[in-house]
Design a binder for this molecule. Structure first.
Ligand SMILES: NC(=O)C1=CN([C@@H]2O[C@H](COP(=O)(O)OP(=O)(O)OC[C@H]3O[C@@H](n4cnc5c(N)ncnc54)[C@H](OP(=O)(O)O)[C@@H]3O)[C@@H](O)[C@H]2O)C=CC1
Ligand SMILES: C[C@H]1O[C@H](OP(=O)(O)OP(=O)(O)OC[C@H]2O[C@@H](n3cnc4c(=O)[nH]c(N)nc43)[C@H](O)[C@@H]2O)[C@@H](O)[C@@H](O)C1=O
Length: 355
């Protein structure tokens, strides 16, 4: 990609999009275009067309989506499939109609069957039933992957679909109900620590930054305690979801960004297609190839926070899939490998969170 080529980063304020934006800038790309959700609703097809008509980007990175953790996916099922299908239809469709040279689509490793052999290879796609808790979202992501593959095969476009594992990092979503597991556990254990230490200044600062169902740092102490208890945060223990037994893989968001830019710069669909007459599974898993249990991750967070209270698990909440370790041999063979391991990532994330 030419350093002054116009690159549209959809979702450029999100966890991954903001990291991709910063990575591109650091690599000397000078002509980046972004629109906030408020400036451009990607559900509005006419608005997306008008944006592409006006901006004519040469490259597109689609990191905008309706995204959330296990509870959000399981509850807002219709929104997750409807919104993500529309966002993909509009952005990939307008990229095609405007002759975009290359597009990167971000899917997710939840596209693989719940019981896929571990670690999960790209070829495992569509070989079995999906995990129920995020099936709508996964179906939307599979559709996005197939849109890229189908445009490439019918029209000769160069759209690459990447399937990231669980991601975490700065600008993550710390909502106590809708977020992914690492930001959720970091915030819950941080708030539990504040309670145990009687550090109401830090606790009120957190709630001022991100109120919980209307309870902010200015609220009465008893209202704060009631609300935090509803989310499992008590003065002597913190209650997390599930059994703590599921295994997860976690990639630092800034490394996800680096892998995304690496693929945009160095990998084309022609490299992935191979000799097979029936072309499928040209997508690329992006991850670390390493896993940790939710319980072990909670302990790493408690150590980093300095939390001395008890950590409990509530098995009435869903575990989701028990494992979803990615096979990253294709990514490694292409020349990219992660550097940041989970302990360092948790340290970095908590330092950012309390800064
Ligand atoms: N986080 C993770 O663990 C993983 C993420 N992914 C994928 O990576 C990509 C980025 O995810 P992530 O950065 O975590 O998500 P975020 O929620 O942090 O960022 C998504 C961005 O998309 C924007 N957005 C959502 N809906 C719309 C809309 N209708 N119109 C315009 N903008 C919209 C959001 O804006 P706003 O917040 O203002 O609504 C936000 O800036 C997604 O495709 C996701 O599926 C894949 C695997 C794991
Ligand atoms: C990236 C990935 O993310 C999602 O899949 P997920 O990995 O299942 O979701 P999650 O990050 O929320 O991790 C859930 C695991 O963690 C345990 N857990 C404990 N305590 C909390 C807690 O407080 N919050 C949350 N969210 N989970 C908790 C919980 O019991 C379960 O075992 C989908 O979007 C999927 O489509 C996808 O793409």
């Amino acid at each position: 990609m030419d350093k002054n080529a116009k690159i549209y980063v959809a979702g450029h304020r999100g966890l991954v999009g903001s990291a991709i934006w910063n990575n591109l800038k650091a690599k000397g790309y000078t002509n980046l275009v972004g629109r906030t959700h408020r400036e451009l609703d990607l559900l509005d097809g006419a608005a997306v067309k008008a944006f592409f008509d006006a901006e004519q980007p040469e490259y597109v990175i689609l990191a905008a989506a309706k995204v959330g953790g296990i509870m959000a996916n399981n509850v807002y099922r219709a929104d997750f499939i409807a919104d993500n299908l529309q966002i993909q239809q509009h952005v990939i469709g307008e990229s095609f109609r405007h002759g975009v040279k290359k597009l990167l689509f971000l899917g997710s490793t939840c596209i693989y069957p719940r019981d896929a052999a571990q670690p999960m290879k790209e070829e495992a796609l569509l070989t079995g039933p999906l995990e129920y808790t995020n099936e709508p979202y996964a179906i939307a992501k599979i559709a996005g992957l197939k849109m890229c593959e189908s445009y490439n095969l019918q029209y000769g476009t160069n759209y690459i679909a990447v399937m990231p594992t669980n991601l975490y990092g700065p600008n993550d979503n710390f909502d106590l109900e809708k977020s992914h597991v690492l930001p959720a556990m970091i915030r819950k254990i941080h708030l539990g620590h504040c309670l145990l230490q009687g550090d109401w200044t830090a606790l009120r600062k957190d709630l001022d930054h991100l109120p919980v169902e209307g309870v902010s740092g200015q609220s009465d102490q008893c209202d704060i305690l009631d609300k935090l208890a509803k989310y499992g945060i008590h003065d002597s223990f913190v209650e997390l979801w599930g059994t703590g037994k599921p295994l997860r893989e976690f990639l630092w968001s800034e490394e996800m960004a680096d892998a995304s830019v690496f693929i945009m710069e160095k990998v084309d669909f022609a490299d992935l297609k191979g000799p097979n007459p029936e072309v499928r599974n040209c997508h690329i898993n992006i991850g670390t190839g390493k896993e940790i249990s939710i319980g072990e991750a909670a302990q790493l967070i408690a150590q980093r926070v300095g939390y001395k209270g008890e950590i409990r698990f509530n098995a009435d909440k869903p575990d989701g899939t028990m494992r979803k370790l990615t096979d990253v041999s294709k990514l490694n063979a292409l020349g990219w490998r992660h550097q940041i391991e989970i302990q360092e990532g948790i340290d970095k994330m908590y330092s950012w969170y309390i800064s």
